[in-house]
Structure formats: C-alpha cells, structure tokens
Design a protein around this ligand. Sequence first.
Ligand SMILES: [Mg+2]
Length: 234
Amino acid sequence: MVRPGTRGVVLDLDDTLYLERDYVRSGFGAVAEHLAAGWDVDAARVREHLWRRFTEGERGSHFDDLVSGDPALRDRVHVPDLVEVYRHHVPAIRLLPGIEDLVGALRSAGLRTGVISDGALASQQAKVDALAVDRLIEGPVVLTDVWGREGWKPHPRAFLHVQQAWSLPPEDLVYVGDNPHKDFDAPRDLGWACVRLRLPGQLHADVPDRVVPDLTVTSVGALAEALTPAPRLR
Ligand SMILES: [Mg+2]
C-alpha cells in the first residue's frame, strides 16, 4: 500500500483512466467529418493531416494551420466552430485495460474513489459519459472547469472539495495522475500521497518529475498492487 491507512483514492482522467491520444484522434475524426460534410475536402486526408501534425509534436494550432493552409477552407471556415465540434463530439475512447478491475478492488476494500480532471467542461463531460465514469467511480467526479480556468490544477480547490465531501483528512488520501506540470503540487502541499502513473503513449510520459511523487508506477497492474490493501493474515 502506498501509504498505510489510506481511505480514499482520487484519480485523474486524461492519461490515467484512458489514453488521451485516443481522444485527440477521435476528435480529429469528428472535425474531419464535419469539414467533409460542408466543404470540398476529403475527410481521410484531413484526419491524417491533423494526426500527423499531432504525432510530430504540434499542439494548439492544428485547426488554424489546417484552415489557413487549404484554399477550400480559408476565409470560409471559422476555427472556433471546429473547436466546438471537437469538444462536443462523442468520443471513441476506452478505459485502460485493468482500470475497471482496479477501481472494483478499491471499492471492494472499502476505499472511497473519486476523480479530479481539468479541461474544457464540454470535452471532459463527454469523456465521463463515454467511459461511464459515474458508474465506475463512487464520486465525487470533479471537473475543475466548473469553476473556470482558475479552478484547474494546480489550484487546490478540487482537492479541498473532495476532502470535505468525504470528511477525510489529507493524510488518508491518494491522488493518481500522469502530468508532472500540474498534477501533484496541490495534493502534495495539502498532505496527500501522490502516485504518478507513467505509461508508454501518454502525452507527458517523457516529462521529468517536478514535484517528486511518493511513488511512480509504470503499469496499471503495478498501480493496483500499490493501492490495494494487502490481504490480512488470518
Ligand atoms: Mg492527466
């Protein structure tokens, strides 16, 4: 057990419950279909172009570059509309193998389970719905964007919210995340244990630790081992 006496485990969503790159690919597909339906462009070509740029490391300007670089779209397509399509599409994503069993084991062991996730509210809600997170996780499922951008990690508000919802002290709680840029500042400052899940294919897999977590695991199986209480000897 990462810390004896743990009574609640809160998980991040993106790149912790599922692989975020799958959401990105799914969203690009939705945007490509949207463009093909309204303008003279080939959906497969658009999808491949966006995905190639993403795998090359492009972040944040995919749609601007796509529109400005294509005479069929330039001055006719509004990039904010594409962002809306992306955020509101029904994503084709799946829980990482082993996550369902892990959460089931935690709940069977009597631990509370919750989620804290940043990101545009429409996107995050669509992911929660697609993954049936509300059925998996006891809750709360905190989407920090309900408080606006200032409520996103590393702001401690979501972590304080969970402490209060469960009436549990910080030392009884664990946060599991993947992103060294922002996941562990607030829980560490508050006194939670921090676990980094570091898997191939995560967007931040290669980012070095900034706040050093209590534990880093490199598989969902190892995470389950670290979080599930050892069976008592009879
Ligand atoms: Mg994440």
